[in-house]
Write a protein that binds this ligand. Structure first.
Ligand code: C2E
Ligand code: CA
Ligand code: CA
Length: 616
């Protein structure tokens, strides 16, 4: 038998061996011999140190010599004989027991084998478990989950091996422990950093997440982005005691959350707030913002003071770009809405992506007006009762020498936004009045309609410009119709009404353009000094097939007539629609069926053809 004990570099015994190779001989160890469990030479097994050393009966040599040994304690048992004198060397560190003589180590090893040969599973089982938990931990970010992982990790790396060991299955825990300590260290660092980051993610006044938080959280979002700007925020805040500013912000956020369906509101500085709306509800954003505007109409009550809040909203619905650029777009849309006196606007990438184009094109616009690239087309209007061409609408055209015809809506919007609309309007008006004057010669009555940018309503130069132009060409004012769009009319308050009445006082006619696309109320229609309603072509297009469009057109005609106004239908493209409009009592029609917008010379020919056709 082999009584060797195998120690590691620290004189600590971790495991026993089944046998040892001595020359050619394989000598079984004491433990192997006693338990009768064999194993290869040098093959190790872990010693079960949970076995209490004291449970192994021990009889000292001196007891035997004195004859007072209780030999019954060892009767019928295997006996290991060895030295246990502390001076004799031969002592080894045994985990949990301190320095012990080799007999005890051999006894523990034998007891271990007697309980059944321990199975060893190497280090990979706890390691893999710890690895799996670590991997999960890296993926979760919610605090309760992270905490859960923090419990799970030591359980897998340490607790599980411990449990297995008590059942005789041995694993090495070192690699799993190293992994565990490593990943916990990483986690601790991460939590620390998160704390640190959070400090820059909250608005100092309100404690709500700020725009940095939005930048971080919205980086990948596909949601729509809405910005709200309280344009009198600075005034409101300075009027309040310092401590009340937080209260003001709380009230604003409360209102926003009420109206935005509970979306998380990010609070920027100086009255700027933003939130994200799910892509699915972006189509209802108009309703949402109309509702919010209504909520903001009543003043806020802060520390007993009533404060009126002016708010405008901007929407960015184009998720394909960086959050930073989307935030700027939403704010830009806010600004535009506010400038235009509207509640909200959507940032339109198709319109704005060509900002650079616009700036250069606008630079060319003035020159283009002067050199004749910008000209005026005339689209004839038919009087449904008499069957005569009763007038035309002047529509501006820009034929660029390189780019060809440019969409009028595009450069008109650009000109409006950059305050370049006045010269353009003057140019169109002048040409239209000139043409009308020449067509009205010889006793013929021919009305000329000119579109008026809503921007110009209330402009001090407008009335004198119109009066001068009429006088210059000698056209009676009643032959001129100014068309203003319904949406523009909507945002006009009493002051704008007064402007319109003032214009009307020249004696000209006023038409509400694109009627049906805005939200004119009956009250508005009654107060507005219009002489004509122009039904938008979207209602005319499907008139024959759509019952609801027919109802809308019918009631508009009745309403207009009851107010003493005439009705023009625009966008008439087929005969059936024209007939139907006639039956409904519509006064005038305009559209491709009657004639496309054309240059003056073509209009002259058209009018000649039309009157000969009528005569024939
Ligand atoms: P609008 O005032 O509604 O003008 C009528 C538009 O409908 C014109 O488009 C005309 O070409 C088009 N149209 C006429 N008949 C038909 C038809 O049967 N079917 C269809 N699908 N379309 C028809 P255009 O010339 O592209 O003008 C677009 C808009 O640009 C105008 O809409 C008007 O709001 C604005 N605009 C045009 N000229 C001027 C101008 O001199 N000053 C201002 N401020 N705006 C102008
Ligand atoms: Ca028009
Ligand atoms: Ca129109």
């Amino acid at each position: 038998m082999n009584s060797n004990v195998w120690i590691n570099g620290y004189n600590v015994v971790w495991s026993g061996r089944y046998a040892n190779q001595v020359g050619d001989l394989i000598v079984p160890s004491i433990a192997s011999e006693i338990s009768d469990i064999r194993g290869g030479a040098e093959q190790e097994f872990p010693i079960d140190y949970s076995i209490a050393m004291g449970s192994i009966p021990y009889v000292s040599a001196s007891e035997i010599l004195r004859g007072d040994a209780v030999l019954s304690r060892v009767a019928g048992r295997d006996i290991i004989i060895g030295t246990n004198a502390s001076g004799a060397g031969n002592r080894y560190s045994v985990p949990g027991h301190g320095p012990s003589a080799s007999v005890f180590v051999s006894a523990l090893a034998a007891e271990t084998l007697l309980a059944g040969a321990p199975s060893t599973y190497g280090w990979w089982l706890p390691f893999l478990l710890a690895l799996a938990v670590t991997a999960m931990m890296m993926r979760v970010s919610r605090t309760p989950l992270v905490l859960g992982m923090l419990v799970l990790l030591p359980t897998c790396a340490l607790g599980l091996p411990f449990l297995l060991e008590s059942a005789g299955y041995y694993t090495a825990i070192m690699p799993a422990t190293v992994l565990m300590l490593g990943s916990m260290g990483h986690l601790a660092w991460q939590l620390h950093r998160q704390r640190f980051d959070e400090r820059g993610m909250l608005n100092e006044v309100s404690g709500h997440p700020n725009l940095n938080a939005l930048r971080a959280e919205g980086a990948e979002t596909q949601d729509g982005l809405i910005a709200a700007r309280i344009h009198n925020y600075a005034e409101a805040a300075t009027a309040l005691p310092v401590a009340a500013e937080k209260e003001l912000v709380e009230q604003i956020i409360l209102r926003l959350s009420l109206g935005n369906g509970g979306c998380k509101v990010y609070h920027g500085d100086e009255g700027i707030f933003m939130w994200l709306v799910p892509g699915t509800s972006i189509n209802n954003v108009g309703d949402q913002l109309a509702g919010l505007s209504a909520i903001f109409r009543s003043p806020a009550n802060v520390s007993g003071r009533l404060i009126d809040l002016g708010v405008a909203f901007g929407v960015d619905a184009d998720p394909g770009r960086s959050i930073q650029s989307r935030m700027s777009s939403a704010l830009l849309a806010c600004q535009e809405a506010q400038n235009a006196g509207e509640h909200w606007r959507v940032y339109d990438p198709t319109k704005l992506e060509a900002t650079e184009w616009r700036v250069t094109m606008l630079g060319e616009l003035d020159a283009a007006i002067d050199n004749g690239e910008v000209w005026v087309a005339f689209q004839p209007k038919l009087d449904l009762l008499s069957g005569e061409i009763c007038g035309a609408e002047a529509l501006v055209r820009w034929t660029h020498p390189e780019k060809g015809p440019i969409n009028p809506e595009e450069f008109i919007t650009a000109a409006e936004r950059h305050d370049r609309i006045e010269k353009l309007t003057e140019h169109v008006l002048n040409r239209a009045v000139q043409v009308a004057a020449s067509l009205n010669k010889g006793g013929r009555k021919f009305d000329m309609a000119v579109n008026l940018s809503p921007r110009l309503i209330g402009h001090a130069n407008l009335k004198p410009m119109v009066v001068q132009t009429l006088r210059r060409h000698g056209l009676p004012a009643e032959r001129l119709i100014l068309e203003i769009t319904e949406t523009a009319a909507m945002s006009s308050a009493e002051a704008a009404m007064q402007e319109l009445r003032d214009l009307r006082s020249i004696g000209l006619q006023l038409s509400i353009d694109d009627y049906g696309t805005g939200f004119s109320t009956l009250d508005y229609l009654k107060r507005c000094p219009a002489t004509e309603l122009k039904i938008d072509r979207s209602f005319v297009r499907m008139l024959v097939s759509s019952r609801s469009d027919r109802i809308m057109v019918n009631s508009t005609i009745e309403l207009a007539h009851s107010l003493g106004e005439e009705v023009v239908a625009e966008g008439v493209e087929d005969n059936e629609t024209l007939q139907l409009l006639g039956q409904m009592g519509c006064d005038k029609a305009q559209g491709y069926l009657i004639g496309r917008p054309m240059p003056y010379e073509a209009l002259v020919d058209y009018l000649a053809d039309h009157s000969t056709a009528k005569a024939a």
